[in-house]
Design a binder for this molecule. Structure first.
Ligand SMILES: NC(=O)c1ccc[n+]([C@@H]2O[C@H](COP(=O)([O-])OP(=O)(O)OC[C@H]3O[C@@H](n4cnc5c(N)ncnc54)[C@H](OP(=O)(O)O)[C@@H]3O)[C@@H](O)[C@H]2O)c1
Length: 280
């Protein structure tokens, strides 16, 4: 197996550019054992960054993750998120403690504000900094923040400590390439690309499939290779299938040619003007 490329976070921590998502996990009791096995198989393949959130299955996904990492917390980079409705100064602390309990650990490596809500950013950031000082989180970041939100964030005290912004990004959703991605990269903040398969919507896309076929690869692998061309973008595909996890891991070895790039640009033109950040 080839080495997993790494991204460097602002505090110097190195994380794999390919992690694992967990949305829709923990929703059905009968699926939990398979989901735990899938996450563990992904970890064994080097996809040791795991993305979850208190929102997913109302804490159920965090419980699945907790089960998957029990006895093997070392070497895992754990990402979770606080809901905007909980993101007051006190609420953020309480939400984090509840997440830690469900995850069965004493530390979340990266704790994100899931999207911007009504609580002042200054309050959420103060809570994040308090959690960091207490060792309950290693770093903090945001999700679904566009450039104007990021600028607001940087204007509050300690807002510049933001480590990552997790946003929708895949070959079919390239809006962030116009401004948010370069803005973030210039400041050394990591971008986490969620829904790299557009929630599964592009895994059969004919152009991706054609590009992949020339390399003996699949459309899904092309979508991941597109994202992994940059070492400051961390992709977090979700799969509960051992076969598809192995397939996704192998995308690390797929190198797109300039012709592949041109075919992608023709099918999914890069943005020529500002588009509001899309979310799902
Ligand atoms: N911050 C946010 O607001 C936000 C929003 C959305 C998502 N996220 C995070 O990003 C993660 C990924 O996004 P997502 O789960 O929405 O969608 P996704 O990763 O784009 O797609 C997941 C879907 O693709 C399928 N799949 C996985 N590998 C495949 C392959 N090689 N070939 C064909 N199908 C494949 C999965 O099915 P199987 O499981 O059956 O393989 C699943 O149905 C989430 O799980 C979550 O952690 C964050």
């Amino acid at each position: 197996m080839s080495q997993m490329p790494q991204a460097t976070l602002p505090d110097g921590t190195r994380v794999p550019v390919l992690g694992q998502g967990t949305w829709r996990m923990g929703e059905s009791r009968s699926a939990v054992a398979a989901e735990v096995r899938a996450l563990q198989a992904g970890i064994d393949l080097g996809m040791t960054l795991i993305d979850t959130a208190e929102m997913y299955a109302d804490g159920g996904a965090e419980q699945v993750v907790g089960e998957a990492i029990r006895g093997r917390r070392d070497g895992i980079y754990l990402v979770s998120k606080v809901l905007p409705t909980n993101a007051s100064r006190r609420g953020t602390i309480a939400a984090c403690e509840a997440s830690l309990k469900r995850l069965g650990t004493d530390r979340i490596d990266l704790y994100l504000l899931h999207w911007r809500g009504r609580h002042p950013l200054a309050d959420t950031v103060t809570a994040f900094e308090d959690l960091k000082a207490a060792g309950k989180i290693g770093a903090w970041g945001v999700s679904n923040f566009d450039v104007d939100d990021m600028e607001d964030l940087l204007s509050v005290e300690d807002g510049g400590n933001v480590a990552a912004n997790q946003v929708l990004y895949n070959p079919a959703r390239r809006g962030i390439e116009f401004d948010l991605l370069p803005w973030t990269a210039r400041r050394g903040i990591a971008t986490m690309a969620y829904a790299p398969f557009d929630k599964g919507g592009i895994v059969d896309h004919p152009v991706l499939a054609r590009i992949g076929a020339a390399h003996g690869a699949t459309a899904a692998q092309v979508a991941l290779a597109f994202l992994m061309e940059r070492d400051d973008v961390i992709a977090i595909p979700k799969s509960s299938s051992l076969e598809r996890l192995a397939e996704n891991r192998k995308a690390v070895d797929l190198k797109l040619t300039p012709e592949d790039r041109a075919a992608l640009d023709a099918a999914f033109p890069p943005p020529k003007r500002k588009r509001p950040l899309e979310m799902i």
